[in-house]
Design a protein around this ligand. Sequence first.
Ligand code: MN
Length: 480
Amino acid sequence: MDLEELLKKFREYSKQDTTVLEYAWNYSSEAHRAQKRASGEKYFMHCAAVTEILLDYKMDLETVAAGLLHDVLEDTAIPHETFRKEFGEEIYTLVAGVTKIETLKFSSRDEAQAENWRKMILATAKDIRVIVIKLADRLHNMRTLNFLTREKQLEISHETISLYAPLAQRLGIFQLKSELEDLSFKYLHPDEYQSLLAKAQLRYAKREKLLEDFKTELEKHLAGAQIPHRVLSRAKNLYSIYRKMQRQQKPFEEIQDSLGVRIITDTVINCYALLGTVHSVFKPVAGSFTDYIAVPKMNLYQSLHTSVMAASGEIIEIQVRTEEMHRTSEYGIAAHWRYKLGEKGADRHLDEKLNWLRQWIEWLQDISSPREFIESFKTDLELDQIFIFTPKGEVKPLPVDATPLDFAYAIHSDVGDTCIGAKVNNKMVRLDQPLKSGDICEIITRKNSSPKKDWLVLVKTAGARSHIRKHLREHGQPEE
Ligand code: MN
């Protein structure tokens, strides 16, 4: 990508003045002039490539500029003050945030990762765009990993798959998450990767026909309905198939991996209308319907999910969503940054949606050991969520296997702290009984009651654990 292409791409979605981009391009290219990458190409090519990824996500002016400049503070002798004066506070803060993550080095590998990550998350409490830049940086490094030594490849792939991919997932940037996973998989298990790739390609070629039949059948029933829509087949994530094989201890041939189809339309009403049509044509599989439009996932994901039986007997998994929901599902939080451009009201909306992230960061500040941080990070990043209702019908998303105590703390820390019992679907249960999606849970509290030390092993969420610890500490009962 050259400067002309960059400006063209940016202007496709933004009317902002691009002077700073031209300046940043020349500044960064000059600053990295003497440096080369392991591939032998000019170092600045990496900065341009990272920026191109940010443009794909339609990021705002400051983020794009910061992408061009993201390695200037770390890899050149330019002092922070000079840089800040040159580009202003906002771009400086973004680049300094990315740099801080990269420059921290610790002796033990585990600790190093944990500490870097903690710093990174904390730094972004103010600005999540730092994470998006860092993810784009990691993606390009993964795409060019073949130029490094085998040892480095393994180290970087391991870090990517255990920390960066889950983070992308948590932020809902699924496209990036899948690519990070598949690239890491390729280096961590090269033989398995190659063999799976060959088998998968064969299987999906056969499925093209099935997809065509499905589309034709659907079109027939939609003719005249005036519902705008397009049907997409779902991109495959090799690593997720591999994980499924491992979990179920089965070879690829025995893995139930249904054909995935997305139907995209304009409005929420039309999502339900399309779903109705689909169900009237194809028999839905019992229990497969989930409404993530009415109850979105924590990472903002929305869609209607259902599975139907095709005429051939194959199961087809269908997701119905609007264009906006589609953008959110592919780009996650990154999709929302563009609404910042000129749309005042959109900011607050996003802010509210991101409350969970802020809350999460607050909990993390309470956790002192890096190992514990990694643990809670991984737990809270689990994809699978369950939805639990209060007796009044309020819904709280929780990780799988969460207990009534987690639920109590999810309502409010005071409710958690004074919890003495719980009813699930009107029956008394133990505080450590795992909850199931759809359960109605009522928490019984008693004034002046307080958390017990053994609760720490009963809870599954970092939030609950952190509140219990805090209470124990404040009341002179540290854990040890
Ligand atoms: Mn970089």
